[in-house]
Design a protein around this ligand. Structure first.
Ligand SMILES: Cc1ncc(COP(=O)(O)O)c(C=O)c1O
Length: 389
């Protein structure tokens, strides 16, 4: 009989401190709240950290994906390959431009877009693919880029989880034509809400800067010596997708801590894996020699044939033991919108469904105490043992 545990380990707690509070207060006192010097400084520092030519700050990763698809000239009816296991934003952004997200099954090893299934889903209308580095684990990029080159597909990487991640020594954010990052509240670097696009392409960078703010050419006035700083030109129907200096102030402080925060998550992941790898009912995330995961999520998988309970019951058992866990993600083909609009059905992506039914995400964040990590380990092993068959 399990007695209810009083102390609760939440699924997430943001790693924010006095330094972030001071940085935001400084912006408030400066009187300049929206996009300005802080945002541009954050962009320069982010580009320096990633090792790319340009970083363009935006209001979310969803906005980053939308602007990136616009930058490659996606047209209505164009198809874009997207993994079935992702957050809706990845596929939703394709629909903003009238495109069709074409779902692809995942490879169980990484839980990422499967290059072989991607190839099967290519049609004459396929223009691009958006590989998602799920949980921070980089996709099989060599195979995906080879496929993209053979079929002349553009590649936009969804790196919402992948800061800092690396593939064969190259940091994620340096490999794709365009890479989209998220600074949402639970992400490895947070500004509350926010995002960034990285690119080495000068023309993309110029267009992204114009399109993120109403299609306005900000530097137009400089070209007309007679005009004042009030002068601007509207070149396109753009979007209101800029970041603010309030958010950028947070981002600069968080970026300075990014490596320490990563190291703290890595240590927690190491402890989990050491504790769980011998348990017969548990499957730990793959650590692959040629890539580095950011450990944004620690996705544990259950061998359901060795348990008398299902994943949902396992989550309930963890809750009983004071541990908040979650599930990432419900595959998109199981969602009403994708079924209604694009005709997907349950059963279309067997691997995505199988992994979904047996996966759960454990708490992994730098502010977890040693005792909290121990509590999670105990709860998982105890729940697995109690339900073993
Ligand atoms: C894989 C993935 N892509 C995109 C997004 C969208 O990010 P944002 O909330 O910054 O728009 C998320 C958010 O959770 C995500 O998990």
């Amino acid at each position: 009989m399990i007695t209810r545990v009083e102390t609760k380990v939440p699924f997430h707690r943001a790693a924010l401190g006095e330094e972030e509070a001071r940085a935001v207060a400084e912006v408030v006192r400066s009187g300049w709240l929206t996009m300005g010097a802080k945002t541009f400084a954050f962009e320069r520092e982010f580009a320096g950290y990633i090792g790319c030519r340009h970083a363009i700050a935006v209001s979310s990763c969803t906005a980053a994906l939308h602007l990136s698809l616009e930058a490659i000239g996606l047209k209505p009816g164009d198809e874009v390959l997207v993994p079935a296991t992702t957050f809706t934003a990845t596929a939703e952004a394709v629909t903003y431009l009238g495109g069709r997200p074409v779902l692809v099954d995942i490879t169980p090893r990484t839980l990422n877009l499967d290059p072989e299934d991607a190839e099967r889903k290519i049609s004459p209308r396929t223009r691009a693919m958006i590989p998602v580095h799920f949980a921070g684990q980089p996709c099989d990029l060599a195979e995906l880029y080879e496929l993209a080159a053979r079929h002349q597909l553009r590649v936009i990487e969804d790196a919402a989880h992948a800061l800092p991640s690396a593939y064969r020594g190259a940091r994620i954010g340096t490999l794709a034509e365009l890479t989209a990052f998220s600074f949402y509240a639970t992400k490895p670097l947070t500004t509350g809400e926010g995002g960034m696009i990285t690119t080495d392409d000068d023309r993309h960078a110029e267009r992204l800067r114009v399109m993120r703010l109403h299609g306005i050419e900000q530097d137009a006035w400089k070209r007309y010596s007679g005009e004042g700083s009030w002068y601007y030109e509207v070149l396109e129907a753009g979007y209101k997708y800029n970041l603010t200096d309030l958010q950028a102030a947070l981002g600069i402080v968080q970026l300075g801590k990014c490596d320490c925060l990563y190291e703290a998550r890595r240590q927690i992941a190491k402890r989990y894996t050491e504790a769980f790898q011998e348990a017969p009912a548990l499957e730990v995330p793959a650590v692959l020699a040629d890539r580095q995961t950011s450990w944004h999520l620690y996705v544990l998988r259950l061998h359901l044939d060795r348990l008398a309970i299902d994943r949902n019951q396992f989550l309930a058992e963890l809750a009983e033991r004071g541990v908040g866990a979650s599930v990432h993600f419900i595959p998109l083909h199981l969602q009403p919108f994708y079924q209604r609009r694009f005709g997907y059905h349950a059963g279309d992506f067997p691997r995505a469904e199988r992994e979904y039914r047996r996966c759960l995400s454990l708490p992994i964040y730098p502010t977890m105490s040693d005792e909290e990590v121990e509590q999670v380990i105990f709860a998982v092993l105890d729940a697995a043992q109690a339900a073993a068959r």
